[in-house]
Design a protein around this ligand. Structure first.
Ligand SMILES: *[C@@H]1O[C@H](CO)[C@@H](O)[C@H](O)[C@H]1NC(C)=O
Ligand SMILES: *[C@@H]1O[C@H](CO)[C@@H](O)[C@H](O)[C@H]1NC(C)=O
Ligand SMILES: *[C@@H]1O[C@H](CO)[C@@H](O)[C@H](O)[C@H]1NC(C)=O
Ligand SMILES: *[C@@H]1O[C@H](CO)[C@@H](O)[C@H](O)[C@H]1NC(C)=O
Ligand SMILES: *[C@@H]1O[C@H](CO)[C@@H](O)[C@H](O)[C@H]1NC(C)=O
Ligand SMILES: *[C@@H]1O[C@H](CO)[C@@H](O)[C@H](O)[C@H]1NC(C)=O
Ligand SMILES: *[C@@H]1O[C@H](CO)[C@@H](O)[C@H](O)[C@H]1NC(C)=O
Ligand SMILES: *[C@@H]1O[C@H](CO)[C@@H](O)[C@H](O)[C@H]1NC(C)=O
Length: 531
């Protein structure tokens, strides 16, 4: 019997060997990963937790790779692409590449939008597709969710008075508890002047500000009301821009970022018009930066095309991701994250600093540039599955990849954020008994950021429950194994401890056959509630 189970185990192990090849912490300068020899999308596996997260490789490693302890916070990324092992969520990851949270269970396509202050507390933003259309290079219809630090949904945010739901390109929560979102309705239009039909169809992207509490729109700006297609650069009649028909409307404007400013104006980025528009609350365009009708003179190095993620940064500065390329055109040798100085009386823009990619590659779509409080920045390379940190002058410090170059896997934006998560659902566990007198229990708690160790408890009976401590293990990865060498217990439970040794939460009790029972009535949490 023992021999039989041993050989079955060995056989299964051998059969599954190639799938166990990935590490949990990030690789450091792994050439096989870079070349694609490990596959287009190397992934991590666990013994029991039902997740197969992307494996990171620091192609340009930090000094203490894989720890990357200079970085404080969590990477937030949302890989999309057909060769991913696991889909339907975005990631929170430690700087060393171990997973903290996968946002599955909300819909077929989920993009993690970062951390926002809402009603004075940190919330996680998610965009969820309604399943109709969701390519990041294109657009989507769906809704945004705000999750509190227990991962409960506290707000669902979508459009108001439009024919489509919220699009994926922007989510930004203001200090007035409103949401800034994009939407991509289609208009019937005479497109004969642009090579289309008199009975043509064009996307008319909308910037909306939504009062989260009521769902009402307090600002609605429709691109076609203000900007003529003659002002833009994306030709009608290609797979990337649309053929101008009902099933494939022309994407003339391509709105991809909106920022609401303290003075009530909005900064709207149009990729296909190469322009940033400053718009007042009445919808009037106050100025254009870039493109055919720029009010600003863009000095050398400050010009941009097909850009993403424009953000004001203090007075007289703004940042953006300059793709300088699209699916059908390349204007510059490689994309860059730009910090620009602008003067709105002299109407000039000049380059403050530029961030170049590790491999000097082009990003034809997507991309982000986030400034950290110390002046360093994180660039998400969009259609290229990389992200990197840069110092104040723009020099690259490290670069990580979450898929092989050329895999077609992308992340619309990538962030580095602080976050505390303590899920309202109990920790998960699986009890196995690979050998007699050997109980191995796997514990995980998707999204919990405070757990530093796990404790295994066992009870001989379910009534009365008398839980005895059987083992402890420090937590160093998403899943933790706890081993008890002995017998006599029929019901097992795991307990999550924080760095002070306090109890964060108990799992259910689980019998060896997988049957679950609630925890004991007198098992109390000793960690203080999240403030
Ligand atoms: C960098 O470029 C080399 C040579 O083209 C390529 O083999 C490698 O995959 C690239 N690495 C990354 C991270 O893009
Ligand atoms: C921007 O240029 C337009 C003409 O293209 C002009 O009407 C407008 O006054 C200018 N705005 C500023 C702020 O210079
Ligand atoms: C910016 O202008 C320079 C000089 O005219 C040009 O070579 C470059 O392609 C432009 N950059 C972009 C992103 O178009
Ligand atoms: C129990 O089994 C696990 C594998 O599941 C193994 O790692 C561990 O060394 C075993 N411990 C003992 C004491 O047999
Ligand atoms: C809970 O109750 C059980 C039996 O009723 C007892 O053995 C155990 O010590 C109690 N635990 C705590 C933490 O009070
Ligand atoms: C596990 O650690 C706890 C303290 O958190 C301790 O009370 C318990 O005795 C330990 N269990 C074992 C089996 O060492
Ligand atoms: C990975 O980083 C996290 C956060 O710093 C840490 O808790 C964990 O122990 C690290 N894991 C490994 C295997 O180094
Ligand atoms: C714990 O058990 C309750 C029912 O007693 C169940 O609703 C819940 O899903 C279980 N939690 C986990 C993480 O399995």
């Amino acid at each position: 019997m023992l021999l039989h189970s041993l050989s079955t185990f060995t056989l299964l192990y051998l059969l599954s060997l190639p799938r166990l090849a990935t590490a949990s912490v990030a690789y450091c300068n792994n050439q096989d990963y870079e070349s694609g020899a490990l596959g287009e999308a190397p992934y991590q596996t666990y013994n029991a937790a039902p997740f197969k997260p992307v494996q990171l490789n620091y192609a340009l490693p930090p000094v203490d790779c894989p720890s990357n302890s200079q970085v404080s916070g969590y990477f937030m990324l949302s890989p999309l692409g057909s060769n991913l092992e696991m889909t339907g969520g975005g990631y929170i990851m430690n700087p060393n590449g171990t997973m903290v949270y996968f946002s599955s269970g909300f819909g077929p396509v989920v993009i993690l939008r970062g951390v926002f202050s809402y009603q004075g507390q940190d919330h996680l933003g998610l965009w969820v597709s309604d399943g109709t259309s969701a390519t990041p290079a294109g657009h989507g219809s769906g809704w945004n969710l705000l999750l509190d630090r227990t991962y409960n949904v506290v707000a669902k945010i979508t459009t108001s008075g439009l024919s489509v739901g919220a699009d994926l390109h922007e989510l930004h929560i203001t200090s007035d508890n409103t949401a800034i979102i994009t939407a991509y309705p289609t208009n019937n239009a005479d497109l004969s002047a642009y090579g289309g039909s008199t009975n043509g169809y064009v996307l008319n992207p909308v910037a909306q500000e939504i009062d989260i509490a009521t769902g009402n729109a307090i600002f609605t700006w429709k691109a076609l009301d203000h900007v003529s297609p003659a002002e833009c650069y994306a030709p009608l009649g290609s797979t990337a821009t649309g053929y101008g028909v009902a099933t494939d409307p022309w994407d003339y404007f391509h709105m991809n970022s909106i920022q609401k400013n303290d003075d009530g104006t909005y900064l709207i980025s149009s990729r296909h018009c190469h322009t940033l528009y400053l718009v007042n609350s009445a919808g009037d365009i106050l100025w254009r930066m870039g493109g055919k009708n720029s009010n600003f003179t863009l000095n050398e190095g400050a010009n941009f095309t097909w850009q993403h993620h424009a953000r004001f940064r203090g007075s007289g500065q703004l940042s953006l991701f300059d793709n300088g390329a699209t699916e059908w055109e390349q204007d510059i040798p490689y994309s860059q994250g730009l910090l620009l100085d602008y003067d709105d009386s002299a109407m000039t823009v000049s380059l403050s600093s530029a961030r170049a990619p590790y491999n000097r590659t082009n990003t034809v779509s997507q991309g982000s540039l986030e400034f950290l409080s110390d002046g360093n920045s994180i660039v998400g390379w969009g259609a290229m599955p990389y992200f990197s940190e840069h110092d104040e002058t723009g020099n690259i410090i490290w670069s990580a990849q979450f898929a092989a170059a050329g895999s077609g896997i992308s992340s619309y934006r990538v962030f580095l954020k602080d976050w505390t998560g303590r899920p309202s659902v109990r920790p998960s566990m699986k009890v196995t008994s690979p050998f007699s007198n050997n109980i191995t229990v796997y514990a995980w708690w998707n999204g919990a950021t405070e757990v530093t160790s796990w404790e295994l408890l066992g009870s001989r009976l379910i009534t009365p429950l008398k839980a005895t401590s059987l083992a402890n293990a420090s937590k160093t990865d998403f899943e933790t194994s706890l081993v008890y060498s002995g017998s006599g217990y029929a019901y097992y439970q795991v307990v999550a401890h924080n760095a002070n040794g306090e109890i964060l939460q108990y799992s259910n009790f689980t019998a060896i056959d997988g049957t679950t029972f609630g925890p004991a009535d007198n098992q109390t949490i000793t960690a203080s509630p999240l403030m």
